[in-house]
Design a binder for this molecule. Sequence first.
Ligand SMILES: [Zn+2]
Length: 116
Amino acid sequence: MDGGRILRDWRVRVVAADSTARSFCSVTCARRFVERSGDVPREVIVTEATHGREIDARDAWLVRTVASRDRYAPDRFRVFASRDAAERHAAAHGGAVEPGSEAFDRDRLPPGSPAR
Ligand SMILES: [Zn+2]
């Protein structure tokens, strides 16, 4: 969407209310799109970090990590399938855990969320 390369390990897919699907390089990019779209997406599919599976964002847990060792990471969000895994990442690397169910709720997105 912003011209950045979309790597499979980090891909986020947003299905709009009109069924239009778009792929994004990162949680940050997808959130920006949702924020600007004025639309509540029908579905957001994120890629979890442990096994690289695509899961519904409503079932995911996000960590806004302070880890910087992931060379190809497009942003600071790490996606996990369980709260336990997210808490472990945050305990090991630092960062804040947030439920994926709220991550793409347009009304809760902070304006101008930092990309990195
Ligand atoms: Zn992007």
